[in-house]
Design a protein around this ligand. Structure first.
Ligand code: AHG
Ligand code: MN
Ligand code: MN
Length: 339
C-alpha cells in the first residue's frame, strides 16, 4: 500500500466539517476523540492474550450481564477520552447504570453533544481471539447548554442522531461512521497508528445470501422468524442462503454490509424485547444501515422512529440488505397474531 494518495481520517473529518448542520468544529473534535480512544482500545485488545485483561471482571452491569475486564477497560478509555476534551456534555454507556454528566470546564466551554456508547461489543468473544467492536451514537442535546444534562437528552429517537458509527477490532481495525451523508470506512495502519479512508461510500447490496441469527434459540422464536429461516434454507432460486453468526453485532453487521445479508436478533418467548439495546446498539446501526441503502426494523416498524423510554431499553432487531429485511417483515406480518 502506498500511503500518499490516501486520505487520513483526520484529514477527512476536517474536510467534511462544513457538511454538519451545526458546524463549529466541535463535532470534528468529538469524532477525533473517538478516533483516539479507539486506538487505545485497539492496543489493549491486541495484547489481550498476553496481558492479564481477559476474563471476567467479577461484577455484573445493570443488565445482569457479567462484565469482562475489557468491557470495563474500554468503558474507562472512552469515558476518559470524551470527558477531558470539552466535546460532550453527557455520556451514556452500556456499562453504567445512569448517564454521566460532564460539567463545563473552567473556561466556560458549553458542549452541545451527548454520546451513547457500547464500549465493547461482542465481549464474550474476547477470550477466544474473535473480532469485537465499539458502537457510538451522537445527539445534540435538547436542553439548554450550560444546564445539567437530563435523561431526555439521551432518550431521543434515532432519526435525530447527528452521527453514528462503529469500530471493528478484527483482522484489521476499522472505523466506520456516518454524519448523515453516506457511510465511510477507515482502516488503521498499525505501524503508523493512522486510519486511512479505505471504504468510501459503503453500500449494502440490495439483496444478499447471508443470514445471521443465533439459531440455538430457534424454539423460542416468533413463528414469523421461524418461517423466514425455513425460507432462507429452502432450495429454490438463489437459496439456500448461507448462515454466518459471529456473535459480535459489529462484525456480523460489517460483513453483511460488504457482502449482502441480514442480521436478526428477534424477540423470544423469554425475552419479548430481544437482547439488543435500542440506544447504543440498534439506533446507531440503523442509521448506518439506512445511510448505506439498507433497512432496519423491529420486524414491523422502523427502528429510527421508536420513541425511547429507558436508557437500557431492548428491542427486536432486523437489519441488513433492503430486500432481505423486507422479506423477513413479510413473514412477520403474516404471522402477526402468533408473535
Ligand atoms: P455486548 O457484548 O455489548 O453485550 O453485546 C453482545 C450482543 C451482540 O454483539 C451480539 O450480536 C449478541 O449480543 C449475541 O448474543 P447471543 O450470544 O445471545 O447470540
Ligand atoms: Mn453490544
Ligand atoms: Mn458491550
Amino acid at each position: 500500500m502506498t500511503n500518499d494518495p490516501l486520505q487520513t481520517l483526520g484529514e477527512f473529518i476536517i474536510k467534511k466539517q462544513d457538511d454538519f448542520r451545526y458546524s463549529s468544529g466541535e463535532l470534528s473534535r468529538l469524532l477525533s476523540a473517538i478516533r483516539l480512544a479507539s486506538k487505545v482500545v485497539n492496543r489493549e485488545v491486541n495484547k489481550a492474550g498476553i496481558a492479564d485483561i481477559v476474563g471476567q471482571a467479577g461484577n455484573t452491569n445493570i443488565q445482569g450481564e457479567d462484565q469482562q475486564k475489557l468491557d470495563v477497560l474500554a468503558n474507562e478509555i472512552f469515558i476518559a477520552a470524551l470527558s477531558q476534551r470539552e466535546v460532550v456534555c453527557g455520556i451514556a454507556s452500556e456499562e453504567n447504570d445512569d448517564f454521566i454528566e460532564i460539567k463545563p470546564t473552567e473556561n466556560g466551554h458549553l458542549s452541545k453533544y451527548v454520546v451513547l456508547i457500547d464500549p465493547l461489543d461482542g465481549s464474550s468473544n474476547i477470550d477466544v481471539n474473535v473480532s469485537v467492536g465499539t458502537i457510538f451514537s451522537i445527539y445534540r442535546r435538547i436542553t439548554e447548554p450550560g444546564t445539567p444534562v437530563e435523561l431526555k437528552d439521551f432518550l431521543q429517537k434515532g432519526i435525530h442522531q447527528i452521527a453514528a458509527g462503529y469500530v471493528v477490532y478484527g483482522s484489521s481495525t476499522m472505523i466506520v461512521y456516518t454524519t448523515g451523508n453516506g457511510v465511510n470506512g477507515f482502516t488503521l495502519d498499525p505501524s503508523l497508528g493512522t486510519y486511512y479512508l479505505s471504504h468510501p461510500n459503503m453500500k449494502f447490496p440490495k439483496n444478499g445470501k447471508i443470514y445471521s441469527i443465533n439459531e440455538g434459540n430457534y424454539i423460542k422464536f416468533p413463528q414469523g422468524v421461524k418461517d423466514y429461516l425455513k425460507y432462507c434454507q429452502m432450495e429454490e432460486g438463489d437459496r439456500p442462503y448461507t448462515s454466518r453468526y459471529i456473535g459480535s453485532l459489529v462484525s456480523d453487521f460489517h460483513r453483511n454490509m460488504i457482502k449482502g445479508g441480514i442480521y436478526i436478533y428477534p424477540s423470544t418467548s423469554q425475552s419479548p424485547n430481544g437482547k439488543l439495546r435500542l440506544l447504543y446498539e440498534c439506533n446507531p446501526m440503523a442509521l448506518l444501515a439506512e445511510q448505506a441503502g439498507g433497512k432496519c426494523s423491529d420486524g414491523f416498524h422502523r427502528i429510527l422512529e421508536i420513541e425511547p423510554e429507558k436508557l437500557h431499553q431492548r428491542v427486536p432487531f432486523f437489519c441488513g440488505s433492503m430486500e432481505m429485511v423486507e422479506k423477513a417483515e413479510e413473514f412477520m406480518n403474516s404471522k402477526l397474531n402468533s408473535r
